[in-house]
Ligand binder design. Structure first.
Ligand code: HAM
Length: 418
């Protein structure tokens, strides 16, 4: 027996209404904020991700699906969407367009993580990137857009966590202070944090081990080390958020799991659940495009985890609109009736009316049971009687009412909207 690979799930037909709802809201919010859709390949050169996400990050060292193709090229399944969008921005000369260029995507991402509820090896992201402008108003707009997306879905009880991790000129001073602080407490650190202290000190603040919480909570704050430019940028972002009445929590431990961020970083988390179950996150990444071979180009963006959004919709009991069903079921009895049913189904479909025709040769009762479980509003019954009289029986599946109609009358009734 084959099974879906560990950490992946099938999205079954009964789940689809949730996904279509989330996708439709994403497209709606993008239209409101002026983002255009961009689809990039599922795989890219592995180096694109290694360079952008960072060599020392968990994603690159432990989670990326890397493989060689038949020509020996090192490729990787997309673990996130920002680097491919930046690659496409450079490749297609989008720096020649009016800036910022605003792009969004709905796409699967792949990370070899330890599977658990809301954490998969293939997950789906809705992301958006505003590339080509360093204006802090864009940071607050992206945060506002993320919140608008979640609230338009009906989600409640979310918090916005916000921090600024500075830029390449002020961050080294902060890292020095952070390392100094942790070195003094090295004896009390978990083994992972001892490695982080050497390899990637910012990740120390991410540690989930109980014993490290007190140390991380009281660690130096990046916002105390910002250069004047980063400080004033952060002040304007927070000022705009306040003017939008958008509540946020300043969280000095929020550093995000990808190395490309500069200045603003943020996450949207459920009130109960915390960082492990973030519904989305993002921030500014002013150096990334240049790092990937483009001109210096500031940018900001965010991505939401659609799987977690769907889980939260269900958890919060938020109803989603059902997907449209075919309007009509055609039941038939006998060979001649089946021939008529085939023609009628084709003709109704050409009129734009959704039809499911019974297959096989089951009893009328069994066929109507199927119509019931499909949820079609009407069933058309074609039997010997109907063939003889050149009429059809139209059954309203809700009221059980039946009427005998000519094909023309039937088309008129159904054409009026079922
Ligand atoms: P990220 O925080 O790594 O950011 O992922 C974005 C969201 O994807 C997370 O907040 C979470 O909801 C969801 N997610 C991540 N990993 C998994 C997983 N294994 N299973 C289920 N859901 C998951 C990024 O990827 C950045 N590219 C976001 C960004 C866009 N920053 C700037 N622009």
């Amino acid at each position: 027996m084959y099974k879906a690979p560990r950490g992946t799930v099938d999205i079954l037909p009964e789940e689809q209404a949730f996904w279509r709802y989330v996708e439709a809201k994403a497209a709606e919010v993008c239209q409101l904020y002026g983002y255009q859709r961009l689809d990039t390949p599922v795989f890219e050169e592995a180096a694109l991700f290694t360079r952008s996400i960072g060599e020392g990050t968990d994603i690159v060292t432990k989670e990326m699906y890397v493989f060689k193709d038949r020509s020996g090229k090192q490729l990787a399944l997309r673990p996130e969407g920002t680097a491919p969008v930046c690659r496409a921005y450079i490749e297609h000369g989008m720096d020649n367009l009016p800036q910022p260029v605003k792009l969004y995507y709905l796409a699967p991402a792949f990370r070899y993580e330890r599977p658990q509820a809301g954490r998969y090896r293939q997950h789906y992201q809705f992301g958006c990137e505003a590339i080509g402008d360093g204006d802090p108003a864009l940071d607050s707009e992206v945060i506002h857009m993320a919140c608008q997306f979640f609230t338009s879905l009906g989600l409640k009880e979310l918090t916005v966590q916000l921090n600024s991790i500075g830029c390449k000129s002020c961050r080294p001073e902060y890292i020095k202070a952070l390392k100094g602080y942790y070195q003094e407490r090295a004896a009390d650190l978990c083994p992972d944090c001892k490695t982080r202290l050497e390899k990637n000190p910012l990740r120390l603040l991410d540690c989930k081990r109980q014993g490290c919480q007190h140390i991380a909570d009281n660690s130096p704050r990046s916002t105390d080390y910002l250069c004047p430019e980063c400080r004033s940028h952060f002040e304007v972002v927070t000022e705009f958020l306040r003017s939008l009445d958008l509540p946020f929590n300043f969280n000095h431990r929020l550093v995000r799991g990808l190395d490309y961020y500069t200045k603003t970083v943020f996450e949207v988390q459920p009130l109960a659940g915390g960082a492990q179950s973030a519904l989305g996150g993002g921030g500014r990444y002013d150096d990334l495009i240049e790092q990937l071979g483009g001109k210096p180009t500031p940018a900001v963006g965010f991505a939401a985890g659609m799987d977690r959004v769907v889980l939260t919709l269900k958890k919060q009991g938020i109803p989603v609109p059902p997907l449209p069903l075919p309007e009509v079921f055609i039941a038939h009895l006998g060979n001649e009736a089946k021939g008529e049913a085939v023609k009628l189904a084709a003709s109704l479909r050409s009129q734009g009316i959704g039809v499911v025709m019974a297959s096989g040769d089951r009893s009328l009762k069994a066929q109507l049971r199927q119509a019931n479980s499909l949820g079609t509003g009407y069933a058309i019954i074609i039997g010997e009687e109907e063939i003889k009289n050149r009429k059809l029986t139209l059954r309203n599946m809700v009221s059980g009412e039946q009427q005998s109609l000519t094909p023309a009358e039937l088309r008129a009734v159904l054409g009026k909207g079922t």
